[in-house]
Design a protein around this ligand. Structure first.
Ligand SMILES: *Cc1c(COP(=O)(O)O)cnc(C)c1O
Length: 406
């Protein structure tokens, strides 16, 4: 399932690859690498294999280029959470279908989404929000209203369990009221990001079943949300097909009509492999490397929630040193600009070396800031493979010719 690519597998450094960029241009600023072919492959995987409709959760990476790649590869629906995201997708992909899946919205945002951008799908988790949606749309009769249930995040690396979602005691009344107001009624949830087992969805679907039985309403849409994992060091999930099979089985056994639809809102899984960064080591102090990107750049998650990302030393010829564990300091003057890792790199890493930090397409790219004058907008398209892929085995022709398979 997982293929790990290192510079060892490259016959020679080429422009169009991480090592080629690092060695040919020796950039003084961090460089973002994007891999359109990796995002395209993820989109095709979801479009073809998820047993329902996959809509992309735009907050994971709002790049217009990425939106276009996903659209070109079969993703037609987009989960947007703010009016800025609504406008962005409406502008970038005028034919896309937008679903406003943030359960707490500004009334002005709902009105603009409905009247200006044709949005018809809204989520909510309270009677107040239901009133707001009805008021803002002048009691529209063509709405799909998705009631967000609170579900456990126990199987996920990032919890989304406390902020949103109707609790069991509130669900019946809310489903009933939404059913009266809606043209189509949906139920949605989010099991938390980077769900490490399909069981997370099976459990949440039991909560959906209980809610449907309890309220006795007809449900037209079941939306299993995001949470589909990517692969990171120490967080290698089972194959996505297992998640899809579990979800399909649970969906088929729900007390809903044959015409009911199954939706999902993958964010991370569609874009994590899309980008990475090349950073330079500016200083080494023992097992600490001072690099030129960090907590305020593309590495927020590495610093603030201790997320581990795959790393590769970009050096030619390859280092023969054994790997050891390093932590990173980012470039700002802030002590919090520290990433504990551990990041495994050859023991002879030194100032001036370049490192690729992978799997930053989800959330990393979206959360960059220019704090303290650091960061860079330089982006280069490459066609080598991401360091790790959940989708590589899926298509034999995806293995590029410069990878020697041993
Ligand atoms: C963040 C979010 C997603 C995407 O979650 P991932 O874990 O990145 O797949 C989907 N739906 C909603 C409502 C979200 O808030």
């Amino acid at each position: 399932m997982h293929k790990h690519h290192s510079t060892r597998e490259l016959a020679s450094p080429q422009v169009g690859s991480a090592i080629g960029i690092a060695l040919s241009s020796r950039p003084a600023q961090p460089v973002t690498l994007v891999r359109p072919h990796a995002a395209a492959r993820a989109a095709r995987f979801f479009a073809e294999k998820f047993p329902g409709r996959s809509m992309y959760a735009v907050k994971a990476n709002p790049s217009a280029d990425l939106l276009q790649i996903l659209w070109d590869n079969g993703i037609t629906h987009y989960d947007v959470a703010s009016i800025a995201e609504v406008r962005l997708v409406a502008r970038t992909l005028p034919e896309a279908t937008l679903c406003f899946m943030h359960p707490v919205k500004a009334e002005e945002a709902i009105a603009e989404a409905y009247f200006t951008h044709g949005v018809r799908v809204f989520s909510l988790d309270s009677l107040e929000e239901l009133s707001k949606v009805m008021r803002a749309t002048n009691d529209a009769t063509d709405l799909t209203l998705c009631v967000r249930l609170r579900v456990s995040s126990e199987h996920s690396k990032l919890s989304l369990a406390s902020k949103f979602g109707a609790a069991p005691g509130e669900t019946k009344e809310l489903l009933f009221a939404a059913r009266q107001a809606a043209d189509a009624l949906g139920i949605c949830f989010h099991v938390g990001s980077q769900a490490m087992t399909p069981e997370a969805y099976a459990q949440a679907m039991e909560r959906v079943r209980a809610a449907i039985v309890d309220a006795g309403v007809t449900v037209d849409v079941v939306d299993v949300g995001g949470g589909f994992p990517s692969s990171y060091p120490g967080m290698e999930p089972p194959p996505l097909e297992r998640y899809f099979a579990t979800i399909h089985r649970a969906f088929e056994s729900l007390p809903i009509s044959y015409s009911a639809e199954l939706w999902a809102e993958p964010g991370r899984a569609l874009c994590a492999e899309y980008s990475s960064i090349i950073v330079r080591v500016e200083k080494r102090r023992g097992d600490e490397l001072y690099i030129n990107d960090g907590a305020y750049g593309a590495l927020f998650d590495a610093a603030h929630i201790g997320w581990r990302f795959p790393v590769t030393l970009l050096r030619e010829p390859d280092s023969n040193a054994r790997d050891m564990a390093f932590s990173f300091y980012g470039p700002t003057c802030d002590d919090m600009d520290h990433m504990a890792g551990p990041f495994m790199l050859p023991a002879d890493v030194q100032a001036g070396d370049y490192i690729e930090i992978g799997m930053l397409g989800a959330y990393g790219a979206a959360m960059r800031t220019a704090f303290n004058g650091f960061g860079s907008d330089e982006t280069v398209i490459v066609d080598d493979e991401p360091m790790v892929s959940l989708y590589l085995d899926d298509e034999a022709d995806a293995v590029p010719s410069n990878v020697v398979t041993l």
